[in-house]
Design a protein around this ligand. Sequence first.
Ligand code: ADP
Ligand code: ASP
Ligand code: MG
Length: 406
Amino acid sequence: MRIIVQKFGGTSVVSPEVRELVLRKIEKARDQGFNPVVVVSAMGRQGAPYATDTLIDIARSAYKNIADRELDQIMCCGEIISAVIMAGTLQAAGMDAVMLTGGIAGIITDEHFTDARILKCDPTKIINLLKQGKVPVVCGFQGMTGENEFTTLGRGGSDTSASALGAALNADIIEIYTDVDGIMTADPRIVENAKILDCISYGEVCQLAHQGAKVIHPRAVEIAMQKNIPLVVKSTFSDAPGTLITNIAKADTAGSAVIDRVATGVTYLTNIVQVKVHLDDTMGTDASFKVFKTMADNGISVDLINIHPGEIMFTINADHAEKASIKLKRLNYEFEVVEHCAKVSVVGGGMREVPGVMASFIEALSRNKIAILQTVDSHTSISVLVLQSDVGAAVKSLHEKFGLSN
Ligand code: ADP
Ligand code: ASP
Ligand code: MG
């Protein structure tokens, strides 16, 4: 059996006209000899009646701090409505489509409501349906605990559902259908002349996704990578070939200059604050340890960490700023919080050991008078902390500087 997993995002299932386009993609896969397994997200984006954000607003209208468990129950409704409508659309076209919740499809998770991890994915039910010539239509974004409770996999998690099913089914390919023609060198909402990438390595796209490119969920990439299953990100609305995500060797044989390019893409993360804690000799040798231990004990994850003899700097999500300030005050430490920051990153598997990448990076920002608050780099990325008001200019100037606009 040649299995293809086809995942359709919210904008791809929003109206009868668009669902007809989805039908064509599924029919095409069948014509090519594949057994499709369809995964759908909730219909539409913010403002649409059954979109995830709308359902969250409904729940929070009852109580702002409604528990995550209850939030998950209402969020799951979005994908259930969508999968029922999609199964109906396929049935109307003569296909034997069967709607499945995430749990019934075999996705078992831990109990971390709103951000559950998949513990196992049992493909038995889906394989049986495929053997009978049926088309499973699975609710994305959701799983079930061992106690049969609905959970969700974190925002954007329908991609994760598709990859988990693809891995469990040993699929030939996983297709992620969305509203852009593929993964681009930058968010097209910021950089008008961003380019579609023909192919990209799992590692690079993981970094782009972790650093803010919301086009695909990083966990989906990690799961596909473990089984070396090719992922393709493409548009429901066109016949463009999309972006192939695979390992470097394969991407190279596909004819792309993956290995030649220094930078692959530019991305950004907002809603960040920078914390600067002042240290002096009287505070003892474990002063910096106490700061990080306090953050850890309060579930606050830290990023962009620099430790100097007189000062510690790190960043946290702005939602945790108040809690962090209260805890640091209790430690009696002198500190400063810089609000409204953003992290801008250039990612590229090809920048490893290439001299001058940092110089180009700094040149691009300083020419545009963008203040650099902090930097961090790895073999395959450079990130900088800037003020949120500088994000657009920073992304555009780095995109240009690294030759991604040509
Ligand atoms: P879906 O609902 O189909 O899952 P998403 O909104 O999750 O769609 O992802 C698609 C969106 O990701 C695009 O509309 C685009 O605005 C945004 N995006 C951000 N960064 C990138 C990028 N580097 N390449 C392509 N799209 C990007
Ligand atoms: N509907 C969910 C969300 O908006 C999952 C997804 O779209 O992938 O986050
Ligand atoms: Mg998405």
